[in-house]
Ligand binder design. Structure first.
Ligand SMILES: [Zn+2]
Length: 376
C-alpha cells in the first residue's frame, strides 16, 4: 500500500518541511486524526487507558468538544489537500483514522460505568500532553528561536518521541512504584509535628520551600549521576541528545526517572506538604523540565544566576569544556553558585550538545539496554 509506505518513510526521516507543498497542513490533519483515534479508544476503555489522577481533574464534555473540533479541523485540512492535489496519501491516512474514530463512536462515544483500580496505561495523558505541549512549545520555539535553522523534525526526533510515548504511557506504573518506594523507604521519617507545621505555612512560602527542598535533593542526586560511574551509565542517555528542544528533555532512562522521582518525593512526603502546594509544584516542574531544554533564546539577564533558564541548562548539556559537569540545578541556579559548580564562559551560548565521544547509541531500546551493555 503506497500511502503506508510513504507514511513509514516520513516517520523515519527528518528535516525541515518545505512550505507550500501541503506537508504542514497534511501532517496537522494526520496528527489530529491520530490523536482523535487514540482519544476514542480511551473513551471506550477508560479503566485501562486513562489515568485516574488525571481524569478526576478534566471535564469530559470539554474533552468531547475538543475531539469534535479536532475531527472537523483534521477533515477540513485533509479535504483541502485532496482538492489541491497535494499530499493526498496523508489525507487518505487522516480520513481512514477519522472513519475509524467515528465508527467507534466519535465525540459522542458513550462511556459506561467502570471499575477503579485496574492496571492502566496513560493514553489520555499522552494524547493531552502531546497536544498541549506541541501547541505551546512549537509556538514558543518559533517565536523565540535560539537556533533558527533547527527544524521541528530535527535528527533523532524519533528517539526522543519514543521516550515521550513510553514515559507517558507508563505514568501509572511510575506513580505506583514511586509511591510504594517512598512509603517503604522513608515512611519511618514522617513526624506529625513537622507535617502540621508545614501544612500551616502560607501557600507561597510553602511553594518556595517545596521547590527549594526538591531542587536541593535534585542537585545532589544529579551531581552523583555525573560523578558515580554506574549512575552515569543511566544519565548518559539523557545527555546523548545532540539537539536541544522541548522534546529532548524526554530522553531519560526509565530507571533514572524512577530513582530521581523517588528521592525527590521523599522529603516532600516526609515534610507533608498540602495537595495544592504539591499540585503547583508538579505544574512548575513539568513546565521547567520541558522549557529548559527548549530551543529558545531565553537568558533572563542577571536573573539567570537565580533561576534556571534554558541558557543555564543548555550549558549543562554541552560538549564544550566550560559546561562539563556544571549547572546541575533544575529550578534555582543559585544552588550551583553556592556549591561552586556554575558554568562560566565568555560566550553566551554553547556550540555543541551531547556526550564527548558520542558513544550512546540512537534508538529507544538500544538506550534502554545501554547502561547494562556499555563497555568503557
Ligand atoms: Zn546531567
Amino acid at each position: 500500500m503506497e500511502p503506508f509506505d510513504k507514511l513509514n518513510r516520513l516517520a523515519g526521516s527528518h528535516g525541515a518541511l518545505r512550505p507550500g507543498k501541503g506537508m504542514v497542513s497534511g501532517l496537522v490533519a494526520f496528527a489530529l486524526a491520530a490523536l482523535c483515534f487514540l482519544g476514542v479508544l480511551a473513551f471506550r476503555f477508560p479503566e485501562y487507558l486513562t489515568t485516574p489522577e488525571l481524569r478526576r481533574s478534566y471535564d469530559v464534555s470539554l474533552m468531547r468538544e475538543l475531539m469534535f473540533w479536532s475531527l472537523v479541523l483534521s477533515g477540513a485540512l485533509a479535504l483541502f489537500n485532496i482538492l489541491r492535489g497535494q499530499t493526498r496519501w496523508l489525507s487518505f491516512a487522516a480520513f481512514l483514522l477519522i472513519g475509524l474514530t467515528l465508527a467507534l463512536g466519535g465525540h459522542t462515544v458513550p462511556v459506561g460505568d467502570f471499575a477503579d483500580g485496574t492496571p492502566y496505561i496513560g493514553l489520555d495523558w499522552f494524547v493531552l500532553d502531546l497536544l498541549g505541549s506541541t501547541l505551546v512549545f512549537v509556538f514558543i520555539e518559533k517565536l523565540f528561536a535560539l537556533r533558527r535553522d533547527q527544524p521541528v523534525f530535527r535528527p533523532e526526533w524519533q528517539t526522543d518521541f519514543h521516550h515521550f510515548i513510553v514515559n507517558h504511557l507508563l505514568i501509572g506504573f511510575m506513580l505506583l512504584a514511586t509511591n510504594l518506594l517512598v512509603h517503604r523507604l522513608f515512611g519511618w521519617a514522617a513526624r506529625d509535628g513537622l507535617r502540621g507545621w508545614v501544612q500551616d505555612l502560607d501557600f507561597f512560602v510553602a511553594l518556595f520551600l517545596i521547590v527549594l527542598v526538591a531542587d536541593l535533593v535534585q542537585y545532589w542526586t544529579h551531581r552523583a549521576y555525573h560523578r558515580v560511574p554506574v549512575l552515569w551509565r543511566l544519565h548518559a542517555v539523557h545527555h546523548s541528545a545532540k539537539s536541544m528542544d522541548w522534546l529532548a528533555g524526554s530522553r531519560q532512562h526509565l530507571l533514572e526517572v524512577l530513582i530521581t522521582r523517588t528521592l525527590i518525593l521523599a522529603p516532600i512526603y516526609v515534610l507533608g506538604f498540602g495537595k495544592e502546594v504539591i499540585d503547583a509544584y508538579i505544574v512548575l516542574v513539568g513546565f521547567q523540565a520541558v522549557f529548559n531544554h527548549a530551543n529558545v533564546s531565553v537568558r533572563l539577564g542577571p536573573l539567570r544566576h537565580v533561576v534556571v533558564t534554558p541558557n543555564f541548562h543548555h550549558w549543562h548539556h554541552t560538549q564544550d569544556a566550560e559546561g562539563i559537569d556544571r549547572n546541575y540545578a533544575a529550578h534555582f541556579a543559585f544552588l550551583d553558585h553556592l556549591f561552586g559548580t556554575a558554568a562560566k564562559s565568555d560566550r553566551r551560548w554553547p556550540d555543541r550538545y551531547g556526550v564527548v565521544g558520542d558513544y550512546v547509541p540512537d534508538g529507544f531500546f538500544r538506550q534502554l539496554i545501554f547502561p547494562l551493555v556499555w563497555k568503557r
